[in-house]
Each structure stands twice: as structure tokens, then as C-alpha cells.
Ligand binder design. Structure first.
Ligand SMILES: Cc1cc2nc3c(=O)[nH]c(=O)nc-3n(C[C@H](O)[C@H](O)[C@H](O)COP(=O)(O)O)c2cc1C
Length: 254
């Protein structure tokens, strides 16, 4: 049986993102999945990594987040909210993230969830990352809304290429070993339309909700974002000249 974790990074369950996450849950339940949820805002998830999460550690030498995570993982005493999220990630076969673009990036609460939950020593280490990541049997999908139009989010659009805006979050998951499906993006989602334009938007969003059953049904065969293999890099961690580059984030010499 498949277990799907849905992570929602939006403050309002009645927003389109909230309703879209519910559509994902309904679709997965229809497929017989076990569904786990992390609605980060309504859970009150604290996205700020800091010393107070680690009262058992002495802070004589200041707060080193990587060491705090590593030591706590070794002692089996990571913060309980982090442990709960790690448990969900370990159980999940697939993870679907629902979020809007806020200031050219996912909302800060999702970045904070990455900062705290993807704990060093628990979910990754120098020996367990990228091709050797713990989660290499798992696949993730970003379901994303933008306020901007599709044309404005294109590779030459004035809002910046949405594929590049999502790349750091996708690469975070790739670091843990995940395959990351090509994102599902719905553009032009905002409350400023009136009249016919508002009706058109509502029709488009209703169609997107209906399409979620197909998206989750075809999840396994959905194409993935290409990333370089570990062997594409030289001993200094630089892309070898005869290897492909898949993103402007890791590119060949001009
Ligand atoms: C703080 C904030 C920043 C935003 N920044 C962007 C942005 O950089 N690019 C964009 O296309 N839309 C931006 N938007 C618009 C949101 O993407 C849009 O409101 C959201 O996708 C609508 O989905 P919802 O109805 O589920 O909230 C921003 C909205 C907020 C509240």
C-alpha cells in the first residue's frame, strides 16, 4: 500500500492551496493510499531553528545548528515536533507539497520546515546524500500557485523563471535522495479579478481540482526534474566539462 504525505504551507485551509491539498488527499484516498498530513501553519510549526529547541545541549560555545541536530539525533532526542515530521517522511512513499509563491520563493514556513526537519545526522550525512541519499526510493511533487501570469513566469518572464525559483527547494529534496517530479503549477491565482475574469479563474481552478485525481493516479510515471549524478562532478565538486548541465544553478564555463 502507498503512503502519501501532504505538506501544506499556507495560512488558510479555505484558500485555493488549502482546497487543492484536500483534493490531493481525496484523490489519494480514492486510490487506497494511507494519507498523512502536515498543515504547517495550523499545526503551529515553528520554522525557526534555534538553541531553545535543544534544552539538553549546553550552549557554552554558541549554537551550531548542524552539531545540535547531529548530537540530538545520536542521543535520540531531537525536538518532538521534528521527530513527528521525520516519522511521517520515513513512512511516506511520496510527498506532495502545496504552496503559493511568496516573494519569488516558497513561503518561509516551508523553508523553516526544511531547516529543522531535514536534520543532519538523522536524514542525511556526508555519506548519505544525493545519489546515496536515504530517500532515494521516494518521489516528491510540488503543487504551486503563482499570482503572476504564465507568460510572466516563463524563462524570459519579468517575474523570473518559475522552474528556477523552485530549483533550490527541489535540490533540497534531491540532497536527501528524492526524485522530484516536474511541478504542477497554476498561474494567475489571486483575488483581484472581477466579473468575467473572475468566472474564468474559478472555472480554471475547478478544472485543476478535478485534474488532481489523474495527477495522483499517474504519479509514478510523471517525469522528473533532471539532476546531475554524483559521478558528474570532479574531486573538487565541480561539474566535469563533458557532463550535461540541467540548470543555470550548476552550469558549464561560459
Ligand atoms: C507575501 C506575498 C508575496 C507574494 N509574492 C509573489 C511572487 O513573488 N510571485 C507571484 O507570482 N505571486 C506572488 N504572490 C501572490 C501569491 O502567489 C498568490 O496570492 C497565491 O498564489 C494565491 O493562492 P491562494 O489563493 O491559495 O493564496 C505573493 C503573495 C503574498 C501574500
Amino acid at each position: 500500500m502507498t503512503t502519501t504525505l501532504i505538506v501544506l504551507a499556507h495560512p488558510d485551509a479555505r484558500s485555493f492551496n488549502g482546497v487543492w491539498a484536500d483534493a490531493t488527499q481525496t484523490a489519494c484516498e480514492g486510490l487506497g493510499d494511507t494519507v498523512l498530513r502536515s498543515d504547517l501553519v495550523s499545526m503551529g510549526f515553528d520554522p525557526v531553528e534555534r538553541a531553545s529547541h535543544y534544552p539538553h545541549l549546553t550552549s557554552d560555545t554558541g549554537f551550531d545548528a548542524l552539531k545540535a541536530q547531529e548530537n540530538s539525533a545520536a542521543l535520540n532526542c531531537l525536538p518532538t515536533d521534528v521527530e513527528a515530521e521525520i516519522e511521517k517522511l520515513r513512512r511516506a512513499d511520496r510527498v506532495v507539497f502545496h504552496f503559493p509563491i511568496w516573494w519569488f520563493a516558497p513561503p518561509a514556513i516551508l523553508k523553516g520546515w526544511f531547516d529543522r526537519v531535514l536534520a543532519h545526522g538523522a536524514l542525511h550525512s556526508v555519506d548519505q546524500r544525493f545519489d546515496a541519499g536515504q530517500f532515494r526510493s521516494k518521489k516528491a511533487l510540488f503543487c504551486v500557485t503563482t499570482g503572476s501570469k504564465e507568460s510572466e513566469s516563463a524563462f524570459d518572464g519579468k517575474e523570473g523563471d518559475i522552474q528556477m525559483l523552485l530549483w533550490p527547494a527541489a535540490y533540497t529534496l534531491r540532497y536527501l535522495g528524492f526524485s522530484v517530479a516536474v511541478p504542477e503549477i497554476i498561474h494567475g491565482v489571486h483575488g483581484y479579478n472581477r466579473g468575467k475574469r473572475q468566472e474564468e479563474l474559478e472555472d480554471r481552478l475547478a478544472m485543476a481540482l478535478d485534474a488532481q485525481v489523474g495527477i495522483m493516479t499517474d504519479f509514478a510515471s510523471r517525469p522528473v526534474i533532471p539532476f546531475n549524478a554524483d559521478s558528474d562532478f570532479d574531486a573538487n565538486g565541480r561539474l566535469q566539462v563533458d557532463r550535461p548541465n540541467h540548470s543555470y544553478f550548476i552550469r558549464k564555463a561560459p
